[in-house]
Design a protein around this ligand. Sequence first.
Ligand SMILES: [Ca+2]
Ligand SMILES: [Ca+2]
Ligand SMILES: [Ca+2]
Length: 191
Amino acid sequence: MDACVSRGDQSATDNDVGTYGKVSYFFSDDPDRFSLDKDTGLILLTARLDFETMQRYTLTVIARDGGGEETTGRVRINVLDVNDNVPTFQKEAYLGALRENEPSVTQVVRLRASDEDSPPNNQITYSIVQASAFREYFDITVSEGYGVISVNHPLDYEQVANGVIYLTVMAKDAGNPPLNSTVPVTIEVFA
Ligand SMILES: [Ca+2]
Ligand SMILES: [Ca+2]
Ligand SMILES: [Ca+2]
């Protein structure tokens, strides 16, 4: 899935003429994701690369002339990260509890998502995208990598239907384009 640039631009010259001057190229080992054109020395990609699995390849190329003289060169290929992993919450759902009429800012739930990409493709921001009630009473901030939901206003138990508020929280990465996922959060309000 990840992007890759691979162009073998190593070249060898030989001052001999005729078949003695013809240079052929070989890999010294047999890499499974690359092929090498024997005549031109051009390296081609033959399979997808995954940055999360392997970030760098080193290929050893042997140039051999018609007379059997050899020289060895090394080609290093750096794999670039693309945003191919969605932020994933550690739990399928979160549950928080809150006493009514809590006078000051109170933390209700801590949640966390992880992302296997590299920066900025794994840098996550959290937001509350939906609330069954009292949306403006809730904030979400980031603390030590966690999204922390807090309530900034006293809640009256009698005004909360069934004593439960449902939120939906989104984790979004900083890739281009960004990827996101959401998780349900249930907050029980006690009298
Ligand atoms: Ca990948
Ligand atoms: Ca990636
Ligand atoms: Ca990502």
